[in-house]
Write a protein that binds this ligand. Structure first.
Ligand SMILES: [Zn+2]
Length: 355
């Protein structure tokens, strides 16, 4: 199976998050048949190549997709090829990366390199990262990682996180005609929302500023009653120079409303330009510096491991109708990953190990 046939097979096997059993079974069957020692946990699969344990490189991408949206001109679960494009749900995000990584694994399967590589294709990336979080403790020590997501093969070295706060303004109910007897929770929330709208955070060199966006609000029970409660949500796409707990504390101290953390697990992440994984990826990409990425990914769960996010395709095509990957992009992806692996181990072997 060449890379394009592999992508056709992956796209034609539906795998909306929560329904990855078939793709995990079919893929592990096919990989085992090619001589890879496949392991499986839930609906995530992985295999390791190489004779020496360290350095241990992880190549990671995801098998699941979002549900199909409206506006498709063809069956989203049936891959078809037209004008050099492979069209179908997940073709771009991220089955193209999976197909490119597996094809690269075939190319390097019998080569010698000083270290080991784990290829992992996980479930549930689009829904909360349960797949990577479940297998990570089983992978052993990881020295560096590549997360396969459509970046147009640009090397992404910083990724925004996501912090969601729930805020509750408490007041005192009264008849609107006797408003002096009550305390208006919506007015309190309004003052807080204006504070958030002008709040400023230190900008990140690569990703820019973080904003506190109020995205939902609910309050008041009747048109003639002073409301005693108003709730609103704040969405912060955080940058690696910000710490989630500190940001939540700062906002809590600034607002009159009660502030609780609703979600903080998508941590912002960045990798230093001096890391081997960054230097190797930039050399293969022919680029001088990494880029920043605003979308979250499973990288958020690899905090502390030098990581880059890079893969064939274009993030603007993800989660949209008529999603596609060019077959030329897929080929470039295979070349990129296989050259990257060789470059990484060549550079890592030259590194002085400081104990
Ligand atoms: Zn993705």
């Amino acid at each position: 199976m060449n890379a394009l046939q592999l992508l056709e097979f992956l796209v034609s096997t539906p795998s909306v998050s929560g329904n990855e059993d078939k793709i995990a079974s079919d893929l592990s069957g096919s990989l085992s048949g090619k001589g890879f020692m496949v392991q499986r946990e839930g609906d995530s699969v992985w295999f390791t190549l190489g004779k020496r344990e360290r350095p241990h490189l992880l190549l990671l991408s995801h098998l699941d997709t979002v549900p199909p949206c409206t506006g498709w001109n063809s069956d989203p679960f049936e891959a078809h090829i037209e004008d050099g494009k492979l069209i179908g749900l997940g073709a771009n995000d991220a089955k193209g990366c999976v197909a490119a990584m597996i094809s690269a694994a075939h190319e390097i399967q019998h080569r010698n390199y000083e270290g080991s590589i784990t290829f992992a294709f996980v479930a549930d990336e689009e829904r909360g990262g349960e797949g990577i979080r479940a297998i990570k403790p089983k992978l052993g020590h990881i020295d560096a990682a590549v997360v396969g997501e459509p970046t147009g093969l640009q090397v992404c070295t910083a990724q925004r996180g996501l912090l969601i706060l729930r805020c509750t303004a408490h007041g005192k109910a009264s008849h609107a005609a006797h408003a002096h007897l009550g305390k208006n929770a919506i007015h309190k929330a309004a003052r807080d929302i204006l504070r958030l709208a002008v709040m400023e955070f230190d900008a990140h060199e690569n990703l820019g500023a973080t904003r506190a966006e109020v995205t939902q609000i609910a309050g008041g029970l009747a048109r003639n009653q002073v409301p005693d409660r108003c709730e609103f949500s704040v969405d912060l796409r955080t940058t690696p120079n910000l710490d989630h707990a500190t940001v939540a504390d700062e906002i809590g101290a600034m607002l009159e409303s009660e502030v609780t953390i609703h979600s903080h697990r998508y941590e912002p992440v960045a990798t230093n330009a001096s890391e081997v994984v960054v230097r190797a990826a930039l050399e293969v990409a022919g680029a001088s510096a990494g880029i920043g990425s605003v979308t979250t990914s499973d990288w958020a769960f690899l905090k502390g491991i030098p990581t880059v996010k890079v893969g064939p395709g274009n993030t603007n095509r993800s989660h949209r109708p008529n999603e596609y990957l060019l077959s030329s992009e897929l080929k470039e992806g295979v070349v990129f990953y296989s050259q990257f692996v060789q470059t990484y181990f060549r550079m890592a072997a030259k590194e002085v190990v400081h104990v």
